[in-house]
Design a protein around this ligand. Structure first.
Ligand code: ZN
Length: 286
């Protein structure tokens, strides 16, 4: 089972079916998608008792999903967090996590159309961490206790905007409308048996206007420079994490900026990002 939002209402997903949480729980949880994360332990306890019958659920389309956490209080994103990606970006390995934000108004659901903001818009497949327990000064050992679940995300990036000015700054170029699509949240308890939460295969595939398909990125989250627990530990030395906050954890190599010649997204391109055990998300470029 996964956790998502349809028309701003918290849902449980199973296959092609969605169950409205506020209705199914008699008002105990939801309908606000963020409310699940405020009481994550209680929510997952309730979720484990839900009998998912198709008679009480409705079929949904991926295109109807919106941001799985609504509008969270904070979105963190980590740059240059895979060694090969740092190399293709011609940057040295960071000593400290490179942190920026994707502003909340850029969040979108799992299957959306994206209006390209310019000629140099790039793809970045990313694992997204969803916080389920507030905290500051969280040790690396305790970090996973603060995680509700994991999701597939794209850190769409307008490289022209991202690199303009001196010093350049990341956040605006990564915050155009729908530049932060995120798929349904897989609670940690729902990860497939045998999968390693610190070593998930992550890929992005582009279908061109002529129908040809290419794998752009194919990596593993085992190669993160700063692991999920290390990111939570280091960032929480400064900020308070709150339920529903998102962390985009960085992208593996294979982005358009690092190619020779460079390549960028064009109208008609269809981009699909997949992470082992978490599903996939798709953007159609306009
Ligand atoms: Zn990124």
């Amino acid at each position: 089972m996964r956790v998502a939002s349809l028309a701003g209402r918290l849902q449980l997903l199973h296959g092609d079916y969605a169950l409205d949480v506020a209705v199914a729980s008699g008002g105990r949880f939801g309908p606000d998608p963020l409310s699940a994360y405020d009481e994550w332990a209680e929510f997952t306890q309730w979720m484990s008792t839900v009998e998912f019958e198709e008679s009480s659920a409705t079929r949904f389309l991926a295109a109807d999903l919106d941001s799985p956490v609504g509008r969270p209080s904070q979105i963190f994103a980590i740059g240059l967090n895979y060694a090969e990606h740092a190399a293709e970006s011609r940057m040295t390995l960071p000593e400290h996590p490179v942190v920026f934000t994707k502003f909340a108004s850029s969040l979108a659901g799992a299957d959306v159309e994206v209006v390209l903001s310019g000629e140099r818009v790039d793809w970045e497949a990313e694992l997204v961490v969803v916080i389920g327990k507030a905290g500051r000064n969280i040790s690396a050992e305790q970090a996973w206790d603060h995680v509700a679940g994991l999701a597939v995300g794209q850190d769409l990036s307008d490289r022209a905007v991202q690199s303009r000015g001196n010093p350049a700054q990341f956040s605006l170029g990564k915050s155009f409308e729908k530049y932060a699509p995120v798929g349904p949240v897989t609670p940690l308890s729902q990860l497939p048996a045998g999968s390693d939460r610190d070593a998930l295969r992550i890929t992005s595939v582009l279908v061109d206007t002529d129908g040809t398909s290419r794998t752009l990125q194919d990596g593993s989250t085992a190669d993160l420079i700063f692991s999920i627990s290390e990111i939570i530990h280091r960032l929480s030395a400064t900020v308070e994490f709150r339920p529903g906050d998102l962390i985009f954890t960085g992208t593996p190599s294979g982005v358009g900026l690092g190619r020779d010649p460079q390549e960028f997204l064009r109208s008609g391109h269809v981009l699909t990002t997949e992470i082992e055990g978490l599903g996939s998300i798709t953007q159609r470029m306009l």
